[in-house]
Design a protein around this ligand. Sequence first.
Ligand code: RP5
Length: 166
Amino acid sequence: MWSQEKAMRVVIIMGSKNDWEIMRHSADTLNEFGVSYLVEVLSAHRTPNELVQFVKNHMSDTGVFIAGAGMAAHLAGAIAAHTVKPVLGVPLSSSPLNGMDSLFSTVQMPAGIPVATFAIGKSGAINAALFAVSILSLSETGLSSKLIYRRVEKAKEILSSYIGDK
Ligand code: RP5
């Protein structure tokens, strides 16, 4: 599914369609910034050949890959094995181990093949998208201002919800 008609800049890959409930937060966050993205479901274990082909096909038109997966989550690492573009891993809580399994699987990459790993679940999905915007902002100054504006707005929300001493 394509988000917008602009050139694609972020690719979001999930290990299962069941991961969308959480990974949609990455997409929603990118929408806030008008950053275009492509969402695909591909698995490191269930569709290994198609995953590699997809990454190779999208290497040139992608700035950042975001990978969300649960259980023995090798998706981000498998993507990183085939590209030197930044790969941001979001561990998902889809097993009785509550995401600790996917956190360790995603974060414990061997030296040489880096994956930036984020928090388990929704916070990780949002922060991966913000980090993707931050990476893209290195070559696009408009995005830096939007990131600053978002932080100011979030701070206002928190301050306005302060109840204080009664
Ligand atoms: C992982 O296994 C997926 O990322 C998903 O989080 C988990 C379970 O997948 P389903 O059995 O729900 O498709 O590969």
